[in-house]
Design a protein around this ligand. Structure first.
Ligand SMILES: Cc1cc2nc3c(=O)[nH]c(=O)nc-3n(C[C@H](O)[C@H](O)[C@H](O)COP(=O)(O)OP(=O)(O)OC[C@H]3O[C@@H](n4cnc5c(N)ncnc54)[C@H](O)[C@@H]3O)c2cc1C
Length: 658
């Protein structure tokens, strides 16, 4: 099937307005007859469901947690971008568009990115109207900070809990619609397949996680808002439940998978501490606003951080990238940290860490406070005390988290950080309308291949999830449903539902009947190690070929030796995990296949064979300026389709942050 991205004609800045002016509409009486399924109630799903409910559609929402409030979106710390230019520091919709295109290493669609920047201001207005408590300046105006890859301050934040506060806003909007009877919420229900009838997605099969019963739901359209798949690496900053199952099942039923190998590694995470760890913790990128990153100048340095004098410190990001310094994009900062550690300059007992230091910021803020208070010749202690109070107000909960996990006080000693898997730019391929290659199946938020190209700029993910849900889907789904008003929702007794449910049931029985000796966790860990070692922060052809073989081996062993305790018709978390890991194993192979096909380095995809002498990524625009959209053809088989990316507004050039 040829890929049609459905980008509207006309100048870039008019495309979205022109789409909205010309898309088909569904009248209010017809909306009330139309049914929509939303899978996922994180920021993308909750905002979409609330908006569609408000418009009058009948909406059913599913999530596997016990409440939408527990979606992974709640973990987001640092902030959400918008081109409001409140700081008067030169920001604009165009600049945000440009930063995002460049940050994504010229591997995203111009039209989508422009729309993201264009609606960003509305997202903030919407959230403020809902009462999201964004940080404010003394005078009451909304405050901003910087994130990587930009030279302006466009990030809105609510202390280090931005995701939580945004989710409470979206959840309230969702619950209002639930109370009005427009939206039905099904918590603790996991989608295990989609149902297609006559080439259109018409429903889903879900498992009630409390009773183990399989259930069928039909609708005119299905929206997958099921988040990212970083869990394929086992250790990541994602919540443990994050998974690929929903989009993987859809992939196996005709939805192409876009750029699966584009994984984001976040530079500021607490380093791995041992073999028994199940999760990594991120320290928000916002900390790079004020924190300075350094390593000792001497390899194998034995002195403690605070004993190393300035002259013996290498602020390597400031040295290598003077224009952006500590605020280079994540892929660049992560690789630079790895390079220093690999070269022997790493710190801490594992030597796989660099310092993130707040001493300068505490001193700087302390002096400003003393000036404000007109304290003449303040002592060093006075300055420190006042500076710490400012840092505490801005980043206090993040500092507390670091202390709780490492036992070290980051106000006293620099934090130790190292890159970790964090976000997936890949996901199901969607056109400008967010529709996948299966008609009537839409994909929103982190689950789609997204607007972020090969590397997401910090604070653009929350924005994308909410932009998709509040501002894009209400128009685009209507454009599709306008042609469906005479089509009744199929009964769930339809043979396609029978067959899909039978397949899910067989799959569950097969998993339960392996009755082997190894736990799901042990397979997940094995898979994660292969992926991190051979398809992680840097990759090469030989390693990827080996990884594909290793993953196949894990798959074989999984289906021969997995042990799931408990029963099918009860709450069984091991069975839930087994489903997810089975899908991660299949996805892992596709990620490696995709990484192997892309003979270039772009953003988060760093192929060792393609780099400059000083370690910067080398793209190959002539051959790889495309979205790789993979069609599932059967076990271990995929066909590659390419969506060529056209840069009409921005000239693709070698990314430079120097
Ligand atoms: C630690 C951390 C901090 C972050 N900080 C920031 C930040 O400061 N700024 C920023 O822009 N981004 C940040 N991000 C990224 C951002 O949080 C996510 O990209 C975003 O929240 C994803 O939202 P979502 O709605 O797409 O998915 P999610 O919030 O992951 O929601 C997924 C939903 O899908 C449901 N679901 C999944 N599978 C199924 C299934 N099979 N059946 C039923 N339901 C299912 C889940 O129950 C859940 O409701 C951060 C990420 C992490 C890990």
């Amino acid at each position: 099937m040829a890929l049609d991205s459905k980008i509207p004609q006309g100048p870039l800045h008019d495309k979205w307005s022109s789409y909205k002016d010309h898309c088909k509409l569904v009248n209010p009486a017809n909306k009330r007859k139309m049914q929509i399924i939303v899978v996922g109630s994180g920021l993308a799903g909750a905002s979409a469901a609330a908006s569609l409910g408000e418009l009058g559609y009948q909406v059913k929402v599913f999530c596997f947690q016990d409440s939408p409030r527990r979606a992974h979106s709640i973990a987001a710390q640092g902030g959400i971008n918008a081109a409001k230019n409140y700081q008067n520091d030169g920001d604009s919709v165009y600049r945000m568009f440009y930063d995002t295109i460049k940050g994504g290493d010229y591997r995203s669609r111009e039209a989508n990115v422009y729309r993201l920047a264009e609606v960003s201001g509305h997202v903030i207005d919407q959230c403020v109207a809902q009462g999201v408590p964004f940080a404010r300046e003394y005078g009451g105006l909304l405050s901003n900070r910087s994130f990587g890859g930009t030279q302006v301050q466009r990030t809105f934040y609510a202390a280090g809990q931005t995701g939580q506060q945004l989710l409470i806003g979206a959840y309230q909007a969702l619950e209002r619609q639930v109370a009005l009877g427009n939206v039905w919420m099904y918590a603790r229900h996991e989608m295990l397949d989609i149902v297609n009838i006559d080439g259109k997605c018409r429903g889903i099969i879900v498992r009630d996680l409390i009773t183990g019963e399989l259930e069928r739901y039909s609708a005119h359209a299905v929206l997958l808002c099921t988040g990212g798949y970083s869990g394929v690496f086992f250790l990541s900053t994602n919540a443990l439940g994050c998974n690929v199952t929903a989009i993987w099942k859809a992939h196996k039923k005709g939805a192409y998978f876009g750029n699966p190998c584009f994984t984001q590694i976040h530079p500021t995470c607490i380093p791995v501490a041992g073999d028994h760890q199940s999760k990594l913790t991120m320290m928000s990128e916002s900390l790079r606003n004020d924190g300075r990153i350094w390593v000792p100048k001497k390899p194998g340095e034995a002195r403690k951080a605070n004993e190393i004098p300035e002259a013996d410190r290498d602020y390597y990001l400031e040295r290598r990238y003077p224009a952006f310094g500590n605020l280079v994009p994540r892929d660049v900062a992560s690789r630079a940290a790895k390079e220093r550690c690999d070269a022997g300059y790493g710190v801490g007992s594992s030597k796989q860490a660099v310092y993130l230091d707040y001493a300068d910021a505490i001193n700087r803020y302390g002096r400003i406070e003393c000036n404000k208070l007109k304290i003449q010749q303040p002592t060093a202690e006075e300055i420190r005390h006042r500076g710490m109070a400012v840092v505490k107000e801005k980043y206090g909960n993040l500092f507390d988290m670091y202390k709780g996990i490492t036992g070290e006080n980051p106000y006293e000693v620099p934090m130790r950080i190292y890159p970790a898997v964090h976000y997936t730019m890949g996901g199901l391929w969607v056109n400008y309308e967010l529709m996948s290659t299966v008609k009537g199946l839409y994909v929103l938020g982190e689950a789609n291949f997204s607007d972020n190209g090969a590397n997401r700029l910090g604070a653009n993910a929350l924005l994308q999830a909410l932009a998709d849900g509040y501002f894009v889907i209400p128009y685009t789904v209507g454009n599709y449903l306008a042609d469906e008003i005479s089509t009744p929702v199929p009964p769930v007794s339809h043979p396609a539902f029978e067959e899909a449910e039978k397949n899910v049931s067989n799959h569950i029985n097969r998993l339960m009947n392996i009755k082997g000796a190894q736990s799901v966790l042990s397979f997940h860990k094995k898979l994660g190690k292969i992926m991190w070692d051979k398809c992680g922060m840097s990759r090469n052809a030989q390693g990827l070929q080996q990884a594909i073989q290793d993953v196949k081996q894990v798959k074989q062993e999984f289906w021969q030796d997995l042990r799931i305790p408990g029963k099918i018709n009860e709450l069984n978390p091991e069975l839930e995990k087994a489903h997810r890991v089975a899908d991660f194993i299949e996805l892992a192979e596709l990620i490696c296949v995709d990484a192997l096909h892309r003979n270039e380095s772009a953003g988060g995809h760093f192929r060792e064979e393609f780099q400059t002498p000083d370690g910067e990524a080398v793209r190959n625009d002539a051959q790889y300026m495309h979205v790789a959209a993979w069609e599932y053809k059967g076990d271990h088989e995929w066909e590659l389709h390419k969506e060529e990316l056209k840069y009409e507004e921005v000239k693709a050039s070698q990314r430079s942050y120097q």
